[in-house]
Design a protein around this ligand. Structure first.
Ligand code: NAP
Length: 326
């Protein structure tokens, strides 16, 4: 674990009941530093400007982790584009503005690798931002996330704040969404393989050819990266970023094919049958891998191997499957 320079801080984790926010909370609690502030969505609607300002005025946090967002899969992004762009812009603008207004010393904004152009050269460097057309399926969400980075940079430039941004690759781990309709590939496959094993099914069918390559980061590794980044002095952070390209990618720097992923998940779950590929289903982009050299230069690399992380996530799924968000 990275040493955390957060002792004596009042740390607000926005979105602490989400997958990422909960992991940050676990990581901060494990380090036993600072006083941690949280509010549920019901207690504080982050799209409500006045309520957010009141909260900052009353609680006076010194550090903020901004992990609250309206998040969803392709279908939800397609059906509710106005909600995705509006709510995310409001959450970011409200928190970042209130953080400046009430003297927050350091803030970390969480975005996503969907900020990068659809055809960005691989592995994707931070410099690829705004060099091409975005993936149309989640463009409104991506635009809101780009705006979050630019809000941080603009406040830094105009007001001298220390607001940072981290852009994670695909995440997996405890707290993931295991909904069969709307989940990402890892929870969807874990659930599918588990069901096939339980029912004694002879085969599991995976969408597409199995050849696309993807990168996956365990959410507890991400939380460790967040806390590491927040512990760095401002000079160190700025030495490896630029005022108008201040965000940092977070990933493992390694990708796997969907076939390798499915085989590993089958193994972890203990499924003995056949894995088939439905080649009539779309593959999506052939490769998506982040260049993580900036984060490595800042002193952090991922530790959890994919098999180990998958085994841990499957154990979590078995323990929590009756209470999952499905
Ligand atoms: N999961 C991934 O694979 C992944 C990958 C890359 C980047 N990220 C980024 O990480 C961040 C967090 O994602 P996540 O996966 O943790 O999402 P999540 O599990 O959906 O958590 C988001 C949290 O934000 C809260 N929230 C949403 N709107 C709110 C509002 N108006 N007021 C107060 N709270 C609100 C949600 O509360 P309710 O549920 O009560 O609404 C939820 O607790 C996002 O910026 C996302 O882009 C995630």
């Amino acid at each position: 674990m990275s040493r955390y320079a957060g002792d004596g801080q009042r740390i607000y984790v926005a979105g602490h009941r989400g997958m990422v926010g909960a992991a940050i909370l676990r990581r901060l609690a494990g380090a036993g530093v600072g006083e941690i502030l949280t509010r549920t969505h019901r207690e504080l609607d982050l799209t409500d400007t006045r309520a957010v300002e009141r909260f900052f005025a009353e609680t006076r946090p010194s550090q903020v982790y901004l992990a609250a967002a309206k998040v969803g899969g392709i279908q939800a992004n397609d059906r509710f584009p106005a909600e995705f762009i509006h709510q995310n812009l409001m959450i970011e603008a409200n928190i970042i503005h209130a953080a400046w207004l009430h003297g927050v010393e350091r803030l970390l904004f969480l975005g996503s690798s969907c900020i990068y152009p659809r055809l960005a050269p691989q592995p994707i460097t931070e410099e690829a931002l705004l060099t091409g057309t975005l993936e149309p399926t989640n463009e409104p969400y991506a635009i809101a996330k780009i705006a979050g980075i630019k809000l941080c940079e603009s406040y830094n430039r105009q007001y001298g704040t220390d607001f940072r941004s981290l852009m994670p690759t695909n995440l997996y781990g405890p707290g993931d969404n295991f909904d069969l309709e709307n989940s990402h590939v890892i929870p969807a496959l874990l659930r599918k393989f588990h069901a096939a094993k339980s029912e004694g099914a002879p085969a599991v069918t995976v969408w597409g050819t199995g050849t696309p390559r993807r990168e996956f980061l365990h959410v507890d590794d991400l939380a460790d990266a967040c806390v590491h980044l927040m512990g760095l002095g401002v000079e160190t952070y700025r030495a490896h970023t630029r005022p108008m390209c201040s965000h940092v990618n977070a990933g493992t720097g390694e990708d796997v094919s969907i076939r390798e992923l499915a085989e590993t998940i089958g193994d972890v779950v203990g499924f003995k049958g056949e894995i088939r590929f439905d080649v009539d289903k779309p593959d999506g982009t052939p490769r998506k891998l982040l260049d993580v050299s900036r984060l490595a230069a800042l002193g952090w690399t991922a530790r959890t191997g994919l098999r180990e992380g998958l085994a841990q996530t499957y154990a979590w799924f078995l323990e929590h499957r009756d209470m999952l968000r499905t």
